[in-house]
Ligand binder design. Structure first.
Ligand code: SAM
Length: 241
């Protein structure tokens, strides 16, 4: 039976967020995020549109991925930047020690920095980035965490920087498509992982563009994307040094 998708189900909790989650299944989940992101998150577009154009001058491009999980997005960006001969420092940040442990053990020569911390720690320390990203994190946050992550994202931006938070947009089509596409591979590619169950729970917890617009402070822009995506964006208008 389809759940009621007319309102955000903020009371449900994803299985991967359980501190007692099965370690082997959690590891497989981190390992499968790359597959999901390749299909739904359009990492190539994020790279071409938002990252590569910010590489100007001799200074390394500083990129922060908040809630990096398995950090596949960081590794993919590192590979593209290397291919384009752009020097960069990429930080994969996650609040969950288990994610950081898994991701740093699977860096595969990407040279990403892995940190278990909350954004406030970095912002209070005065750290600055040219691009602050997240993917599939907004729907995990409660109201106060959302406010904190957004305020910190702005504080973390260097002049001319971009904060860009990507997530699923809740809809019946998103739920139905994810359920249909993952069902045939649930016992093969996605076996022993939380991907299918957590993906469906995520959609129930995620925002529609109108809800997100109403939930964020003024100045943030919400864009719709395909397939069933949304992006929350802030561009720092100060001139780059
Ligand atoms: C669904 S996973 C997404 C992982 C990855 N970004 C991706 O697209 O595959 C959400 C991640 O956000 C992390 N997270 C949740 N709240 C966070 C916060 N306030 N600060 C940093 N990480 C957070 C979780 O620990 C989890 O690893």
């Amino acid at each position: 039976m389809r759940p009621d998708l007319s309102v955000r189900d903020v009371d449900i909790r994803e299985l991967m967020d359980d501190p007692r989650a099965d370690e082997r299944m959690l590891a497989r989940t981190y390992g499968r995020f790359g597959l999901v992101n390749a299909v739904v998150s359009r990492p190539g577009l994020i790279y071409r549109r938002d990252i590569r154009p910010r590489a100007v001058g001799a200074r390394p491009l500083r990129i922060l991925d908040i809630g990096a999980g398995g950090a596949d997005l960081c590794r993919l960006i590192a590979g593209r930047l290397r291919h384009d001969s752009i020097v960069a420092e990429i930080t994969a940040l996650d609040a969950d020690e288990r994610a950081i442990r898994w991701a740093s053990a699977h860096d595969r020569g990407a040279g990403v920095r892995y940190r278990r911390a909350l954004t406030t720690e970095l912002a209070d320390a005065g750290e600055k980035f040219d691009v602050v990203l997240s993917n599939h994190v907004l729907h995990h946050l409660d109201e106060s965490e959302l406010r904190t992550v957004l305020d910190d994202s702005r504080r973390l931006l260097a002049p001319g920087g971009l904060a860009s938070h990507h997530d699923i947009s809740r809809s019946r089509i998103a739920y139905g498509s994810f359920a249909a596409v993952t069902w045939p591979i649930s016992r093969s590619l996605l076996a022993d992982s939380f991907i299918r169950e957590d993906g469906l729970l995520s959609i129930r917890r995620s925002y529609t563009p109108a809800e997100l617009r109403a939930a964020v402070p003024p100045g943030w822009t919400v864009r719709r994307g395909v397939p069933a995506r949304l992006e929350l964006r802030w561009e720092d208008r100060r001139a780059r040094p």
